[in-house]
Design a protein around this ligand. Structure first.
Ligand code: NAD
Length: 519
């Protein structure tokens, strides 16, 4: 059977203007709230541990609400998790690929069935709006279905050249124990994507979810259980990045690390993983997806209405906490003033408040530390440019920050170069389109970018020269769809892998070539 990836279809989004969906979502929010404060054991294979060192996750819209209480891993348990995953690896790797694929498809079905409940966990633990949560959960479903297809393709590789007197074949083998370290900002989609890609290709995994969103991870562990993944094939291990994370990365039995998060932590992992430990018999593979400082270019010949809508959505959707968020706006000098007026106008009407209220466009940022760091950058930005909108914390119990626009920022400014990861947009003028491209590329990152122009020649120029992993032309720079926009960046944005793309599973396998003499 030949697998056609173009037959893949993305999970449709629920329409919350439909009163039935809105009612179902409210019901799910109430159900999830009724589980607030529950304790989650640490799961290691068949065993459950209560370490008595608890990590509380909170609702960033109402920080007094404890969403889940999680038993944290100790260093000894983290080491045990890698050793157990290593023991079980040989069983799991020998499980037929089609069986693993069936499990993954079941996982997609379970997520589909529990979609609104998962949406609600994302709203309440990660501060996502209903729509952002729906997109995150849909993406998680897409990853399961898409990687299931990719695995079927890997299991039936293209035939090799056949030499006379030989049978020449290639098969793809899993690598071993993978350590999966996701961020909090796509607490389901990225966790699910990285975990299931590793699992379906026959690796065992130790997952260390982000400390901000451990309950969502615990809920996904339930899905893997119900889908039939053996408990020994994966561990969800909540614990401190510095203590448990370093240990998992350093362990001599760890074969690969699949990480998504900041540049700082990604580089640390890459360095540590490069050091060979006593007893280690391979070079660890590191798949690291890191930060961004993504730019949108608006040329003077652009559809300015569409561009303004795209910029505001890219900059302030999920409070600017997407690696793909637009944080640099490069405007042709001829439309500079008018376009700024337009986006300031659109930004002023955004409503900020608790994420569970669908009337709000923007919810809280993830935690107090993040809010402080963003506010510090805003103060730096006020010195570096001209404040046009926002510029402060927004009122309310949650970690709210006003959507902030700072114009006339020199390209060398800190707020134009450093990832802030919040609702802060820095704007600079460009003399012309070529100059705009130079400014866009003047960054150590290279994740997403967009260019708005009506001129086909300039669109071609952007396609050739705008050095980012995900380029969007005449549309916003967020919202990558599995299968259609394979996702991952250049330079300090990562190791050039493409999540949700046709090559992704190759990162989790090694090829074995077999030549058998036949005559
Ligand atoms: P982070 O780097 O702070 O944390 C990411 C994960 O690493 C968390 O699970 C954390 O607990 C863990 N960690 C921390 N220290 C560790 C250590 N020493 N060893 C091992 N693990 C450790 O990032 P974050 O705040 O969770 O996420 C935001 C960042 O992620 C932003 O920089 C954003 O751009 C990036 N991101 C990138 C992509 C992408 O696809 N390129 C996607 C989403 C987010």
């Amino acid at each position: 059977m030949s697998i056609r990836l173009t037959d893949f279809r993305n999970e449709p989004y629920a329409d919350f203007s439909d009163p039935a969906n809105a009612a179902a979502m409210r019901e799910a929010l109430a159900l999830v709230r009724s589980h607030f404060g529950r304790e989650y054991d640490l799961r290691l294979g068949q065993e459950r541990h209560r370490t008595e060192s608890l990590l509380d996750s909170i609702n960033p819209s109402y920080p007094n609400e404890v969403v889940g209480r999680h038993h944290k891993a100790t260093a000894a348990l983290a080491a045990e998790a890698v050793n157990s995953a290593n023991t079980y690896f040989h069983v799991w790797a020998a499980t037929p690929a089609t069986t693993r694929v069936e499990m993954l498809r079941r996982a997609a079905q379970i997520l589909r069935r529990r979609k609104f409940e998962f949406n609600a966990w994302l709203v309440l633990e990660a501060g996502k709006s209903w729509i952002e949560a729906e997109a995150d959960v849909s993406e998680a479903i897409d990853f399961c279905d898409y990687y299931a297809l990719l695995m079927l393709r890997l299991d039936d590789p293209e035939p090799l050249v056949q030499l006379p007197g030989e049978r020449n074949t290639l098969r793809y083998l899993p690598l071993g124990v993978g350590v999966v370290i996701p961020p909090w900002n796509f607490p389901l989609a990225i966790l699910v994507g990285m975990t299931t890609a590793a699992l379906v290709s026959g690796n065992t995994v130790v997952v260390k979810p982000s400390s901000d969103t451990p309950t969502i991870a615990a809920k996904f562990a339930e899905v893997l259980d119900e889908a039939g993944f053996p408990p020994e094939s994966f561990t969800m291990m909540v614990g401190s990045g510095a203590e448990v994370g370093d240990l998992l990365v350093d362990h001599h039995r760890t074969r690969f690390i699949s990480f998504t998060g900041s540049r700082e932590v990604g580089l640390r992992i890459n360095e540590r993983a490069a050091k060979t430990q006593p007893g280690q018999i391979w070079i660890k593979r590191v798949i690291a997806e890191m930060g961004g400082k993504d730019a949108i270019i608006v040329n003077d010949d652009a559809d300015l209405d569409a561009a303004a809508a795209g910029v505001v959505a890219s900059a302030f959707g999920y409070q600017g906490q997407k690696c793909s968020a637009c944080s640099r706006l490069i405007l042709h000098e001829k439309v500079y003033g008018a376009f700024l007026d337009e986006i300031v106008e659109r930004t002023r009407v955004l409503r900020i408040g608790p994420a569970d209220d669908p009337a709000n466009d923007m919810g809280p940022v993830i935690n107090e530390r993040s809010r402080k760091s963003i506010l510090k950058y805003i103060e730096i930005g006020k010195e570096e440019g001209r404040l046009l909108a926002g510029g402060a914390a927004a009122p309310g119990e949650g970690f709210y920050i006003e959507p902030t626009i700072i114009a006339d920022v020199p390209p060398s400014a800190r707020i134009f170069q450093e990832e802030i990861f919040g609702p802060v947009l820095a704007v600079t003028p460009a003399r012309d389109f070529e100059h705009a491209l130079e400014l866009a590329n003047d960054s150590e990152y290279g994740l997403t970018g967009a260019a708005y122009t009506r001129d086909p020649e300039r669109l071609r120029l952007a396609a050739d020269r705008f050095h980012v992993g995900n380029l969007y032309l005449n549309r916003k720079c967020t919202g990558a769809m599995v299968g259609a926009h394979p996702f991952g960046g250049f330079n300090m944005s990562g190791t050039d892998s493409k999540a949700g793309g046709p090559d992704y599973l190759f990162w989790f396998v090694q090829a074995k070539s077999i030549a058998e003499k036949t005559g």
